[in-house]
Write a protein that binds this ligand. Structure first.
Ligand SMILES: Cc1cc2nc3c(=O)[nH]c(=O)nc-3n(C[C@H](O)[C@H](O)[C@H](O)COP(=O)(O)OP(=O)(O)OC[C@H]3O[C@@H](n4cnc5c(N)ncnc54)[C@H](O)[C@@H]3O)c2cc1C
Length: 454
């Protein structure tokens, strides 16, 4: 009985993928009845041999392929079970809620506001902060979650980075207790949206010494004048951190600019080729009055601004890793499906070479940011640690996304295959939060002892 069952099972394996057209064609060439009779007489070993032989002759068609996994060194296995659960929860959110709608919004250049309550439900905003409803997790988790978001979409990761890192981080690191109590709990729940205004139309890389936006104190009020460019979330934010130079002591100070303040105007920057979902604004401040109580009480110079940037720059390196990982995994999946010359293109040596170079860089990047976050968790992170990771990861990401696009041929430039979006978005990640040159100069100064900025 068991032998009959086994023969049935083997016969099923032999014929499960044969279509009827093929079968009738075969019947015209060979005596199928005789073949069946011969198969019926075979013992177990002979049958297994036949199945093996047929499997081999049909190429890779029935081959069980390995899982698609961008974490080649199993770095996520070092996480605790709780941390791993959270990682997979965010992954599921990104794949199930974000992925199906993202290309549509990217094309329109609009933000999917309907996802904000679902994102809030994940309870990951202000990941590392202590108190104010924040989860108070290690920096490593902040990085992992940034990677998971960018692995599906870098715009959503950027929106989150501005809210949770730049805006909340400025208040958490540099605000008074009263300011933290007022803003952070609402921002943690994404009921209050924040933005971070440092860059200006004429001052980007040189922000440390050259901000032209001014602040003049008059009694209990500050009067702000100037412009800010590229400010993410600015078109709809409830509060924007504005960095301005105090006309009296020439130091950079931070201000909490509330939505609707008279003299504040914002214009959406249109026609971007990258991160099209992120709503970047050009802000104009004309005699904008802000109360002294809305000045960040512990921001006294650009050195304080740099503390926020150091923290978020590490997060941007992780975002680059996510973008690269999304592109690599999409490309690997595609090359296993796509056939040319009668074979999956993944079986060609030159394609495998691209894939292995992508994975080598991706693995190096992941290993680097893991250690970066460990340093951050040990309280040993320096500006140059964050900068070298930002330089290396964004540079390698550009290479990975372009190879991903390459192995996909023409389809690599179609939005529906996702990689085109990663290619475009990698360009913005490469430039924001300090360009490659500026971050290299930070590292260069640290290792040589000479500043080469100007
Ligand atoms: C999508 C996006 C989102 C952004 N979001 C925000 C935001 O939310 N808030 C915010 O404040 N800003 C934001 N920015 C601004 C971003 O941080 C700046 O674009 C970046 O710092 C570079 O400034 P810049 O564009 O003015 O370029 P520039 O400073 O004009 O630089 C142009 C080129 O000159 C090079 N360069 C400059 N100085 C030197 C030097 N000393 N030596 C060698 N090379 C040099 C640069 O590396 C670059 O290649 C965003 C930008 C983008 C593209």
């Amino acid at each position: 009985m068991s032998s009959a069952l086994s023969k049935l099972r083997q016969a099923y394996h032999l014929f499960k993928d044969v279509d009827f057209n093929q079968l009738s064609h075969l019947a015209s060439k060979v005596d199928l009845g005789a073949v069946m009779k011969a198969v019926g007489k075979m013992d177990e070993t002979q049958l297994q041999g036949l199945v093996k032989m047929l499997g081999a002759s049909s190429g890779h068609k029935h081959k069980e392929l390995p899982p698609i996994e961008g974490d080649f060194y199993h770095l996520s296995h070092t996480l605790t079970e709780e941390q791993r659960v959270l990682q997979l929860k965010v992954r599921a959110f990104m794949e199930n809620q974000i992925k199906p709608l993202i290309n549509r919004y990217w094309l329109k250049g609009e933000f999917p506001f309907e996802i904000i309550p679902q994102l809030a439900e994940l309870n990951i905003c202000g990941v590392t902060y202590d108190g104010y409803g924040c989860p108070h997790l290690p920096f490593l988790m902040e990085g992992i979650l940034a990677m998971e978001m960018a692995r599906v979409d870098a715009s959503i990761a950027t929106f989150f980075g501005v809210q949770s890192g730049l805006a909340m981080g400025s208040i958490y690191l540099l605000g008074s207790e009263t300011q933290k109590q007022e803003w952070l709990p609402g921002m943690q729940k994404l009921k209050t949206i924040g933005a971070f205004g440092l860059t200006e139309p004429e001052v980007g890389s040189g922000a440390a010494g050259g901000l032209t936006t001014t602040a003049k104190r008059r009694g209990d009020t500050w009067v702000l004048n100037g412009q800010k460019k590229w400010i993410g979330n600015a078109t709809f934010a409830d509060v924007i951190i504005i960095w301005a130079r105090d006309l009296d002591d020439n130091q950079v100070k931070g201000f909490l600019l509330r939505k609707g303040t008279p003299g504040f105007d914002v214009e959406k920057i249109e026609d971007k080729m990258a991160l099209r979902i992120v709503q970047n604004g050009l802000i104009t401040l004309r005699n904008c009055e802000i109360k002294e109580s809305d000045r960040l009480q512990n921001a006294n110079s650009f050195k304080d601004t740099a503390r926020v940037l150091q923290m978020t720059r590490a997060g941007v390196a992780w975002e680059a890793v996510g973008c690269a990982r999304g592109a690599y995994e999409s490309a690997l999946a595609y090359t296993r499906e796509r056939k040319q010359f009668g074979k999956p293109i993944a079986s060609f040596q030159l394609i495998q070479n691209h894939l292995v170079e992508m994975l080598s860089n991706l693995t190096a990047m992941q290993t680097m940011v893991f250690r970066l976050s460990q340093l951050q968790d040990e309280g040993k992170l320096t500006d140059e640690h964050a900068s070298i990771a930002k330089v290396f990861c964004t540079l390698r990401t550009r290479d990975i996304v372009s190879r991903a696009r390459e192995v996909m041929g023409g389809n690599g430039i179609l939005l529906q295959y996702d990689v085109a979006r990663f290619v475009a978005d990698a360009e913005a990640i490469y430039s924001y939060e300090g360009t490659k040159e500026i971050n290299s100069l930070i590292v260069g100064r640290a290792i040589t002892g000479f500043s080469a900025f100007v």
